[in-house]
Design a protein around this ligand. Structure first.
Ligand code: DX5
Ligand code: ZN
Length: 225
């Protein structure tokens, strides 16, 4: 069943010189999860942050740390991100040959396990893993950068995964990431998503705009009415 909509601002679009304050500001503005994009310059063509930064950010909010690992190999780093304060650890099915083992390891570390699919990856990749998952992330852009355009074909993927989650009857977050704004948010929610990742759309306009930006993504008017 589709759960209440949660908003997960991607800190990739925050001011990196003031990350602690930015996280406190989106917490106060109504973020549900803090989405942290980890990139390795190998699995994706960009480099971002490592576990040291995650650890430094942990005291700045009590919100859920939703750590999206776009790295390969991923297994050697799971423990470091778990210890740094991740609550959810999401890995890519394309990042390694032994995804089942990786998911088990995340759970052994006491964290919620997420699995992400790139835009070209078929839904069937989750067939033998879905029962193990707490979150499924549909990439609606090719991972690597913020500010890209939403790929509409991913709406079908969301609809198909929504069916599978509901048929299973387990509580699994269905997250969408990339190119989410007030318009694509409506489409993604209609297709079954219940966690929206948004970088550009959350951080546009600076701290005074964050609460309105988040409310708009939730489908409410900017003043929350
Ligand atoms: C892309 C990242 C996203 C990205 C979203 O590789 O996983 O989380 O920062 O940025 P926007 O919302 O700007 O598309
Ligand atoms: Zn992400």
């Amino acid at each position: 069943m589709q759960q209440p909509i949660r908003i997960a601002p991607s800190i990739l679009s925050a001011d990196f010189a003031r990350l602690g304050a930015e996280i406190a500001a989106i917490d106060k503005a109504g973020a549900d999860y803090i989405h942290i994009d980890v990139m390795d310059g190998h699995f994706v063509p960009n480099l971002t942050i490592g576990p040291g930064v995650v650890k430094a950010l942990r005291p700045h909010t009590d919100k859920i740390f939703d750590v999206h690992l776009m790295i390969a190999p991923v297994d050697p780093y799971l423990e470091a991100f778990a210890e740094a304060g991740a609550d959810i650890i999401t890995v890519h099915v394309e990042a390694g040959a032994h995804t089942h083992r990786t998911i088990q390891e995340i759970k052994r570390l006491g964290k919620k396990a997420g699995l992400s699919l790139n835009p070209a990856t078929p839904v069937d990749e989750i067939d033998y893993l879905i029962e193990e998952l707490d979150l499924i992330l549909v990439m609606s852009v090719n991972p690597g950068f913020g500010g890209q355009k939403f790929i509409p074909s991913q709406l079908d993927k969301l609809r198909e995964i929504r069916k599978r989650i509901d048929a299973l009857g387990k509580t699994i977050d269905l997250q969408v990431d990339g190119g989410i704004n007030a318009d694509t948010a409506v489409q993604a929610i209609a297709a079954g998503a219940d966690v929206l990742v948004a970088g550009t759309a959350t951080f546009a306009g600076g701290p005074d705009a964050y609460a309105g930006n988040i409310a708009r993504l939730r489908g409410a008017s900017p003043d929350g009415q």
